[in-house]
Design a protein around this ligand. Structure first.
Ligand code: FES
Length: 145
């Protein structure tokens, strides 16, 4: 096999081995887009229903354009919503709202964040990012801030 033949075989092999990855990437992107609510002209996007937020005490959506979103009601004023990116800043686990501790708690290594996203206890040392949130027609909407 000469050099030209070898490069041709390597090129065909690389293309063939990467084809399944390309197909998987395209199919998952299509699926994600089809389940995502559109971003409105004012930048807000629907996260879910107020009834689900009331029922569960928190509303998690991991498939919207701004990123993962976890919404809770402000315990000091339940007409206000608090929305954070629930991705723990330590190693990326998804935090949940713990009403008893009045904190977002990470299940992996125990980091705790206040309702405004600031770190209460590590090992995380960076706050959760936050979103602007509001309610319209029984829907919870967020906008990147
Ligand atoms: S990933 Fe959250 S504390 Fe480690």
């Amino acid at each position: 096999m000469n050099r030209r033949e070898f490069i041709g075989w390597v090129g065909v092999g690389s293309l063939a081995s990467s084809l399944p990855v390309v197909i998987a990437a395209c199919s998952s992107q299509t699926k994600s887009e089809s389940t995502t609510n559109p971003v409105r002209a004012d930048g807000f996007q629907v996260v879910g229903k107020v009834t689900d937020l009331d029922k569960n005490g928190q509303l998690l959506n991991e498939e919207i354009a701004v990123g993962k979103v976890l919404v809770i009601k402000d315990s000091a004023n339940t007409s206000n919503l608090i929305a954070v990116n629930p991705t723990c800043t330590h190693k990326g686990c998804i935090v949940g709202w713990n009403k008893g501790q009045n904190a977002f708690v990470c299940p992996c290594h125990g980091s705790k964040y206040a309702s405004d996203g600031k770190v209460i206890n590590g090992p995380a040392d960076q706050p959760l990012s936050t979103y602007t949130a509001k309610v319209e027609d029984n829907e919870v909407l967020v906008k990147g801030s």
